[in-house]
Write a protein that binds this ligand. Structure first.
Ligand code: HEM
Length: 393
């Protein structure tokens, strides 16, 4: 497929190391060029501005999730899954998948999550210096997702590389994606070969398999649901918690506001999510010719929704590159929007709010060093974040 006559085009490849490491300038340039830009290097139509991204995510009839990945092999593999389907199939799958993630279902988890977060934060504060990713951001989502599924022990070391591989494979079939096949295959085999009666009693994983055994949901869906929880819920939550610590460290006056008034925690986390979208891009496929700002995206095209670019659009947010904990941007794009809007956002917020609350209560002041960015085709997170000179409150 090539660009239509009216299209704005760009030679930039948004999946190179350089852009993944520092997307800001490239995304700003694309956004200022046009609301939709044809990326020649990848044969992809990028949506770059807030309003157009939100409209596209809300219009599943024109922007289908059957092209949620940027390579045909993965779109084939994902056929019939929640992430890669459109209504009416998606509506059925989503109902089963989100049943255990509703605010009501999560209520029972809050105390456990708060306690675990408090212990983790107490431990790193005692040390005085620590790595914000390895020692703090990774730990809570890892413990919570393993508890949720009802497994411990042997797979713990594998979960993070598996989740990372699953996100790499949603990108174009570049080297990063190709190298991820073996690990992503292991995750698939593990979730789809799982036996419900081996999962801890009372866990959500066990409840899903019990529902399968009773015939309430098709049995083949059980492994799929566990796969979605694992693949979707790890890198994203870890990246967002790590970026919270980084942004607090880089903006001590904003951190002080949350310390002084913990009711700002939800607002502050929304602002972190807006500033640092946990995914670069997500795919969609056009089901008809779609005209945006005078450009026609042809039917059957691969579209990229650039969450980060939309969240920093000055047409929608005042001073978008400034971190303001009181902004409370409830309408940020980081959880997506529309029928596929993140099914796990309640859980992600429980985890992040718990860490922020404990951190604000237990830490008086701290410093952060230069972080290293984790290179992934789809998710955006940090590899390391030095935290030092931690003074306990
Ligand atoms: C800060 C953390 C998180 C972020 C930023 C995030 C982001 C997203 C986004 C952008 C989507 C939409 C994908 C699309 O439109 O194609 C999504 C979907 C999804 N998320 Fe999350 N997510 C997070 C945490 C979680 C957690 C903790 C879980 C579950 C344990 C989860 C489970 C899901 C599932 C199952 C979907 C697919 C929903 C569907 O296709 O209908 N997510 N997430």
């Amino acid at each position: 497929m090539t660009a239509t006559a009216t299209a704005q085009t760009s030679k930039v490849d948004i999946w190179t190391d350089e852009v993944l490491l520092n997307p800001h300038d490239t995304y700003t340039a694309l956004r200022e060029q046009a609301p939709v830009v044809y990326l020649e290097a990848s044969d992809v139509w990028a949506l770059t501005r807030y309003a157009e991204i939100r409209d596209a995510l809300g219009d599943w009839e024109s922007f289908s999730s059957t092209k949620v990945a940027f390579n045909p092999q993965m779109n084939e593999v994902l056929t019939g899954t929640t992430l890669a389907s459109d209504p009416p199939l998606h509506t059925q799958l989503r109902a089963t998948l989100s049943e255990n993630l509703t605010p009501r279902a999560l209520r029972g988890l809050k105390v456990t999550i708060d306690e675990k977060a408090d212990r983790l934060v107490a431990d790193v504060v005692d040390r005085g210096s620590f790595d914000g990713v390895r020692d703090l951001a990774q730990e809570l989502p890892l413990q919570i997702v393993l508890d949720l599924i009802g497994v411990q022990g042997e797979v713990r070391e594998k979960i993070l590389p598996w989740g990372n591989a699953a996100f790499n494979l949603l990108g174009p079939m570049n080297e990063r994606a190709q190298q991820s096949f073996p690990l992503a295959g292991e995750l698939f085999e593990w979730t789809h070969g799982m036996q419900g009666d081996k999962l801890a009693e009372g866990s959500i994983g066990r409840a899903i398999f019990d529902a399968g055994a009773r015939g309430d949901i098709p049995q083949e869906l059980c492994g799929h649901i566990i796969h979605q929880y694992l693949a979707a819920g790890m890198d994203t939550t870890i990246g967002s918690i790590a970026n919270t610590i980084r942004l607090f460290g880089e903006n001590p006056e904003e951190f002080a506001k949350v310390q002084a008034d913990p009711s700002l925690i939800p607002s502050a986390f929304n602002e972190v999510l807006r500033m640092e979208a946990a995914m670069h891009a997500q795919g969609r496929g056009t089901t008809r010719d779609v005209e945006i700002g005078g450009t026609v995206i042809p039917e059957g095209a691969q579209v990229a929704v650039l969450f980060y670019a939309g969240n920093r659009d000055p047409r929608h947010y005042d001073e978008p590159d400034t971190f303001r904990v009181e902004r409370n941007p409830l309408d940020h794009l980081t959880f997506g929007y529309g029928v596929h809007g993140c099914a796990g956002q309640g859980l992600a917020k429980l985890e992040a709010h718990a860490v922020i609350e404990a951190f604000c209560r237990r830490v008086d002041s701290f410093e952060v060093g230069e972080p290293t960015v984790k290179l992934n085709n789809t998710s955006r997170g940090l590899e390391t974040l030095p935290v030092f000179d931690v003074v306990a409150a």
